[in-house]
Ligand binder design. Structure first.
Ligand SMILES: [Fe+2]
Length: 200
């Protein structure tokens, strides 16, 4: 089936921007999308998906990433985020796989990350934020100048990007079954391809 326009990337973007005025939160959504969608492409290759099936699969990855924090600006507390957002997604009829993955990206929800999508979202969320922070301290402010070794070094610097939970970055790669350096390199490449959009 072709993608239902109600659940397309355009629809996700519209919902995200309706709820989120902050430019940095919107950029965070796109940075996570870049990484999650790239992981989705690799998984679609592995599964041998093509045609509409592949399109639908990739649309789910992209829209889930775009919407994972869409309620955060209005409902930032752990009592409400991402639960309020997920209720709204359910009301609008977004897929269950998306909603379960979004619940799973919040450790405190207690919802296990069993699907590849849920694991990927968790493995990319904090990392995309961290890579953005790493780019912004470069003189060029560009993701093109971010390297794995530098990222690993900054992960050990507790004063740097203090809001990013290093243990989630490490755990995320572990759950996904990928080596951390390889995952970091993969996400840097994914963000480089969307650098203009990310302003990095
Ligand atoms: Fe996030």
């Amino acid at each position: 089936m072709p993608i239902d326009p109600r659940y397309s990337r355009d629809a996700a973007w519209k919902l995200l921007t309706e709820w989120t005025a902050s430019e940095s939160l919107r950029k965070h959504a796109v940075a996570v999308e870049a990484c999650v969608a790239a992981c989705g492409e690799a998984e679609a290759d592995r599964l041998g998906l093509g045609g509409e099936e592949r399109e639908e699969f990739l649309n789910l990855y992209a829209t889930t990433a775009l919407l994972h924090d869409f309620d955060y600006e209005r409902h930032p507390t752990p009592e409400e985020h991402p639960f309020v957002g997920v209720r709204e997604l359910e009301r609008q009829g977004w897929p269950e796989a998306m909603r379960t993955a979004i619940l799973g990206h919040a450790e405190y929800s207690g919802v296990p990350r069993t699907s590849h999508l849920a694991k990927v979202l968790f493995a990319c969320d904090e990392l995309a934020g961290f890579l953005t922070a790493c780019a912004l301290v470069k003189p060029s402010r560009s993701i093109a100048d971010v390297e794995v070794a530098g990222v690993r070094k900054k992960m050990k610097d507790k004063a740097f990007a203090r809001g990013v939970h290093r243990e989630d970055v490490i755990k995320g790669a572990e759950e996904l079954g990928v080596e951390l350096d390889a995952h970091i390199a993969f996400c840097i490449e994914a963000m480089k391809k969307r650098a203009a959009e990310l302003g990095l």
